[in-house]
Design a binder for this molecule. Sequence first.
Ligand code: SPV
Ligand code: MG
Length: 431
Amino acid sequence: MKKVYTCFCTDVIHEGHINIITEARKYGMVIVGVLSDSAMIRFNRFPTINFDERVRLVENIEGVSQVIVQEDVMYDKVIEEIHPDYVIHGDNWLKGPMKAIRDRVETCLKEYGGQIIDVEYTYNESVRRIDKRIEEKLAMPEYRRRRLGQLISICPIVKVLEVHSGLTGLIAEKTVVEHDGELDQFDAMWISSLCDSTAKGKPDIELVDMTSRFRTINDVMEVTTKPIIFDGDTGGRAEHFVYTVRSLERMGVSAVIIEDKIGLKKNSLFGTDVEQTQDTIDHFCQKITVGKNAQLTDDFMIIARIESLILEQGMDDALNRARAYVKAGVDGIMIHSRKKEPDEILTFCDSFRMENQTTPLVVVPSSFNSITESELSRHGVNVVIYANQLTRSAFPAMQHTAEDILRYHRAKEVDERLMPIKDIITLIDEL
Ligand code: SPV
Ligand code: MG
């Protein structure tokens, strides 16, 4: 009997999947691969049920002869192992980033005469509603909040993009890219104090108050499902920080990062060019402790950001502080640097990892931007934050447009580099 293979990366079986199985059965025995969690988050969205439950869902479909695990987005390994005569899939993989998967399957099957069967993709009102429900579940505070911790345990490195509005949130949520035969997307979002302030035309000195910053979070949350890390600046007074923790936790934010500075905070990328004061270890540890005592769930994370390298206090000071903050109960350490080269960051990470293998490490490679995610991961980094790149790309583009309209006394000259009107009015899906 011929073998027909299909791969499911779904939390719910709907008529589209049943249609694929029905078609597949016409060609032979049906083997279904269930995509692993780590592959699913690169390709699709975070699963709302665990892997074993997903396997059980598929096992219960009539007509499925065998269920196997598919570890990677690409089918290469599975095809090599089971040599299916056919691979069947919805025809939605004929375009967009998924086409890379189809192309690769075609190449693998060609080697021994296997064939692809494209069946018409089912996307009707009932499937759309099911899809929407899963999305809404992922956006609920209790699901979203714990997802950062889950991602840290699944991914070699969690990739976080700065967002400061609903629109930038949508970019972080929806951008999927195929490169070198791999699909990739961001895992989480960073609400940067620098970019949140800049979007409001204000300096990054803790001037934008928490109410306003929470509104930014809400704008982002309304249109996204991915987890959020909030830049909490210094955390302010301990008496205020407890309220911040409670509010963030209630909203479904996964983590707050607070930096060990005190007094008037300036952006770290100024370094020692401006006056900035580092907090004492004891005082900052007290803030961590009151924050940890204030939270009500186990999921919420308070991450301590060490400014010793920024303020040129040396590696020993940075490592001492890391030890103390971990002892005070933080859930992660962020180490920052404004050096062009990543050397001091890597020295810190290596030394920290020699004595601590479990506390998550976070870095923000704005200055030392030549380092790749896999290099950071090899040095024990768990989370990489691209902290300001969306803002920095949008600003010059908008300024250039404004200047050219003034220059030419009309908008014709700028039009070619703009998004077509038809695209902007259909950019946002209606409910
Ligand atoms: C931010 O994005 O606001 C940060 C990171 O705090 S940095 O600007 O590099 O200090
Ligand atoms: Mg900041």
